[in-house]
Design a protein around this ligand. Structure first.
Ligand code: FSX
Length: 359
């Protein structure tokens, strides 16, 4: 049987993966989302019966760090099971095909799965000078994006470049880089920011979407709440030292070695929403703060342009869920311009409308 036509159960069997291993994978993912094991079991049951959903993965202006993050988690971790769940029909970095064969694969996936396939994008899209700064097969990134998302069910922006513009968007933004949510306005867009994002957050978001059959609950910046619902500061193991007023003054002083808070050294954890402090990196080995460096705030918009990574942020800017929600209602952005807030609001409206139409 053609691999892309297989159900998840058939795909697992063809790769010698037992149902028990898959169940473990789903329960582990449910636990990452702070959901009960029963959700993991239900997720496994739903997915096993499902035909592997078609995913088209496209990369534009980026450094390939996002795909590095994702692909480095594949082996020997359980995370490689994501390839049994999805049918990755196009990925110009990972696929063996090149040139016209690769383009044909993208078009075939679009035709065979009209209205059902998911587009995953990393990288921002250049819009200056006719978009000539990123092209493939004679088309600009913008043309490729518009052509590919036309019949997609939804779009997942992986990485800060796709979510908010990222490094290419940093001042003076010479290519006129734009985030995907500004360019795709007629269907759901889910942002999975981070430069790069945590692999388990990418795969967890995909699993959540495919098992629920709809966009998960998102925050005011279109990020899945299950992974971006808390600040790094809220979950940081150095937090008790912040509460006690114990701060490292240099990166190699006694305080730093004793695990004291890195706030005075510029850590952006108090204004950064992500799961680094809980899921961590490299199979849960560590994360930047645990390795002795402050958080750079890479999952927040315009983090490159917010001033020094090594200067303490004012405590008055610290955020919490309540504050973010209140700010969105009041139309006041915390570290984000009002234009961004209004774009996000119109995106939320588009996501909500699309959900109504499909339900
Ligand atoms: Fe950007 Fe990703 Fe940073 Fe790099 O694809 S989010 S520069 S890790 O690679 O887009």
């Amino acid at each position: 049987m053609n691999e892309s036509g297989m159900t998840v159960a058939e795909s697992l069997a063809s790769h010698g993966v037992s149902r028990r291993t898959f169940l473990k994978f789903c329960i582990a993912n449910a636990s990452l989302m702070a959901l009960p094991p029963t959700f993991g079991r239900a997720m496994a049951e739903t997915l096993l019966k499902t035909k592997r959903p078609s995913v088209i993965y496209m990369s534009f202006q980026e450094c390939t760090g996002c795909l590095e993050s994702l692909s480095r988690s594949f082996s020997p971790s359980l995370e490689n099971l994501i390839f049994d769940v999805i049918s990755l029909d196009y990925d110009d970095t990972l696929m063996a095909a090149a040139g016209s064969a690769a383009e044909e694969a993208r078009h075939k996936a679009m035709e065979d799965n009209k209205g059902k396939y998911l587009v995953v994008v990393d990288g921002s899209v250049p819009t200056n000078d006719g978009g000539i700064y990123c092209t493939a097969a004679g088309k600009t990134a913008l043309q490729i994006l518009q052509e590919t998302v036309k019949d997609a069910a939804a779009v997942v922006s992986v990485g800060t470049c796709a979510s908010y513009g990222g490094l290419p968007y940093a001042s003076p933004n010479p290519t006129g880089a734009k985030p995907i949510s500004e360019l795709v306005t007629d269907k759901p867009v889910i942002n999975v920011p981070g430069c790069p994002p945590i692999a388990e957050v990418i795969t967890g978001t995909l699993l959540h979407y495919f098992s629920l059959g709809k966009v998960p609950e998102l925050d005011d910046k279109l990020r899945p709440m299950v992974f971006y619902g808390n600040t790094i500061h809220d979950r940081c193991y150095r937090r008790p030292f912040y509460d006690q007023g114990k701060f490292a003054k240099t990166f190699d002083d006694e305080g730093a070695r004793s695990g004291w808070c890195l706030y005075e050294l510029g850590c952006k954890g108090p204004v950064t929403y992500n799961a680094c402090a809980t899921i961590k990196w490299n199979d849960g080995t560590s994360f930047p703060i645990e390795s002795g460096h402050g958080c750079l705030g890479c999952s927040e918009p315009q983090f490159w342009d917010k001033g020094s990574f090594y200067k303490a942020i004012p405590q008055s800017t610290f955020t919490s869920n309540e504050k973010i929600a209140a700010a969105a209602v009041a139309g006041v952005a915390l570290g984000v311009g009002s234009a961004v807030v209004s774009r996000i609001r119109s995106r939320q409206k588009a996501n909500a409308n699309s959900e109504e139409e499909t339900s």
